[in-house]
Design a protein around this ligand. Structure first.
Ligand code: FES
Ligand SMILES: [Fe+2]
Length: 442
């Protein structure tokens, strides 16, 4: 990790000054203050991260009653467990006695969680079942000391949580992208591989890099050979138009070409972003493979390849890129001011067998390669913004349109403004995002 000098004078007033100054320069990149300030980081957790829907895992990780895994971010740990009633619960992994972690194992199976410290025992619904020698203590009632819960929403086999009890119902947002996402049958898909890439970078550096493809030609040689995004009008727009025209017929999936833009401030509720848009790969590429050839059996309802891939967003920190034969999920996880994880999960059809139906190394090649490249530029970016002499410049109005939308949302949310705005109506034939293929990258 890169040690950084923090500002001992830091305060909420200082943060407000910085936000106000940045508002006078719309379109500029974030200045170094936002990557160095402990006050900012705490505000981000309270006002953004803990109020947003976050991807915790996939239903295949908890197929049976009593199965659990830990989801960790910042200083938090959450036990995601399937309770006796078949529903998935998200329990805050902090004992209601003196706060010890109750569960140590990253994943496992059990009927209850016994705290390793003084032995209080919790059910898989978080209820306190036993507390040694406490029954005779005046005023002590077990029902007052269950593990705290986070909210849970499950759709497409994806498990999302939200620490805010008053959060917008994410199921309503997810229903908006059902026609484009449900046909992949992610609920029965198999996790073929997952990988965590840790970076010595603030979470906004890692996420900001995913949100634009201005860097793709300089940083990603292979990605740029496969995915169209450059010379928007000359190269990308005709490829997209041709792909949209054939997409339904070639894939057999109705409305597969339709787009939904409810990102950041245009989300239906705070922290409930949903986005989907289909964009073209270069000619001869059916999927994200070295030679363009298929890598795995077609997913779900897909009957063929249209030369397109589906970009998605679920909440502010989770993204997917779905090819017809495999789907890739990207999650961004903050762990302090100067560290974050990028986690990538590769999904294939549920009954696909490694070595027979797909080759795991070939399957992960492109995005492992691309993410290693991203890791390098993120670390360089993180070091550079920590220079006391860094002065941010303007972002490109089209190529960095999505990071600008993120910053606008981020500044509002940081200040405690969680209102959403009426979305701009954007159809997939007219938006600048889609004219370029995708606003997002990796
Ligand atoms: S801290 Fe868990 S039983 Fe005491
Ligand atoms: Fe990238």
């Amino acid at each position: 990790m890169n040690p950084i000098a923090t500002d001992v004078e830091d305060s909420l007033a200082r943060l407000q000054e910085q936000v106000a100054a940045l508002r006078l320069r719309p379109g500029d990149a974030l200045p170094g203050y936002f990557f160095r300030s402990h006050v900012t980081y705490q505000q981000e957790l309270n006002n953004i991260v803990f109020k947003s829907w976050l991807w915790a895992g996939h239903v295949s990780q908890v197929p049976n009653v009593g199965d659990y895994f830990l989801y960790e971010l910042a200083e938090e740990s959450v036990i995601v467990v399937r309770h006796d009633d078949g529903e998935i619960r998200a329990l805050i992994n902090s004992c209601r006695h003196r706060g010890s972690r109750v569960c140590e194992l990253k994943q496992g199976h059990g009927k209850a969680f016994a705290c390793p410290y003084h032995g209080w025992v919790y059910g898989t619904d978080g209820r306190l079942k036993a507390a040694r020698h406490m029954d005779g203590v005046p005023g002590f009632r077990k029902e007052d000391h269950g593990l705290k819960h986070a909210r849970v929403a499950v759709r497409f086999g994806l498990i999302f949580i939200n620490f805010d009890p008053d959060a917008y119902d994410f199921n309503e947002a997810l229903a908006m992208v059902d026609p484009q996402l449900a046909p992949y049958h992610l609920e029965t898909a198999k996790i073929a591989h997952r990988e965590t890439y840790s970076v010595d970078a603030n979470w906004k550096i890692a996420l900001g890099n995913y949100l634009e493809c201005y860097h793709c030609e300089t940083a990603h040689r292979w990605y740029s050979k496969i995915h169209s995004f450059k010379d928007r009008e000359q190269v990308s727009a005709p490829l997209n138009r041709a792909m949209w025209a054939r997409a339904e017929k070639d894939t057999g999936v109705p409305d597969v070409d339709k787009a939904v833009y409810r990102m950041f401030r245009e989300a239906p509720g705070f922290g409930s972003c949903v986005y989907t848009s289909r964009y073209a790969l270069f000619a001869d590429y059916k999927t994200g493979s070295r030679d363009g050839a298929p890598l795995a059996p077609l997913m779900g309802d897909f009957k063929g390849y249209d030369g397109g891939a589906c970009d998605c967003q679920f909440g502010p920190l989770t993204y997917m890129l779905n090819y017809p034969d495999h789907c890739i999920l990207f999650r961004y996880v903050p762990f302090g001011i100067t560290r974050s994880d990028m986690e990538i999960v590769w999904f294939v059809k549920g009954d696909a067998v490694d070595g027979k139906d797909y080759n795991r190394e070939e399957l992960i090649w492109l995005w492992d390669q691309t993410t290693q490249e991203d890791k390098r530029i993120m670390n360089l970016n993180a070091s550079g913004v920590n220079s006391q002499f860094f002065e941010p410049g303007p972002q490109h109005p089209e190529f960095e349109d999505t990071p600008m939308r993120f910053i606008d949302w981020y500044l509002h949310a940081l200040a405690g403004n969680h209102s959403v705005v009426v979305p701009t109506v954007r159809t997939h034939r007219t938006s600048s995002l889609e004219a370029c293929g995708s606003g997002l990258d990796g």
